[in-house]
Design a protein. Structure first.
Length: 169
């Protein structure tokens, strides 16, 4: 498998992102919202490098078949708390068309958090179908099928410490 982002490069970038988030959210009531399943490694590394307190919660979404064209997404598992007292930061593995994050932004915005921002590890910027405001981007990546560091192909490869390009998935 061709390695696109080494484990070292990912760890270095995640530390930088944590430092930036720690600066921006100092003194604020930060809630990190991990989007399952893909964000679990990224979120775990991100929080371990933060120098400020934070709460963590998770949400799980499912795209319907053909979601890349219709944008139909539903919530499989919801947050366990209200978010109106929090500065919420969505943590996602990768953004492609933007349809998933666009749905999530609308859903969470309706719950009136104090603020709502997005943090993604990888951005397939050239694939965007709907604009999504992303505050923190780890890496801009090409339009190829990526696996590892949380990203899967049919449930496999999530555990890899690096991100690779899957040949002909
Ligand atoms: P979007 O709604 O098109 O932005 O899709 C985002 C979701 O698609 C991510 O949360 C991933 O689950 C999945 N995804 C997009 N690109 C890849 C990839 O290259 N590898 C693995 N999953 C991907």
């Amino acid at each position: 498998m061709e390695i696109l982002l080494t484990a070292e490069a990912i760890q270095k970038r995640v530390r930088e992102m944590s430092e930036e988030i720690s600066r921006d959210y100092r003194g604020k009531n930060l809630l990190l919202i991990g989007v399952l399943n893909g964000s679990f490694l990224f979120l775990a590394d991100l929080v371990r490098n933060l120098s400020i307190p934070c709460a963590v919660d998770f949400i799980s979404l499912q795209s319907y078949n053909g979601a890349s064209s219709t944008g139909a997404v539903r919530t499989l598992l919801d947050l366990r708390r209200e978010i109106s007292d929090y500065c919420a930061l969505i943590v996602e593995d990768i953004v492609d068309t933007g349809l998933t994050l666009s749905y999530l932004l609308n859903t969470l915005q309706a719950r009136r958090p104090k603020s709502l921002e997005i943090c993604v590890l990888a951005d397939k910027a050239e694939c965007r179908k709907v604009p999504v405001p992303i505050r923190y981007v780890g890496f801009t990546v090409p339009n190829r099928f990526l696996v590892g560091y949380g990203l899967d192909y049919e449930g496999q490869y999530r555990q890899l410490p690096y991100i690779g390009v899957l040949d002909a998935p």
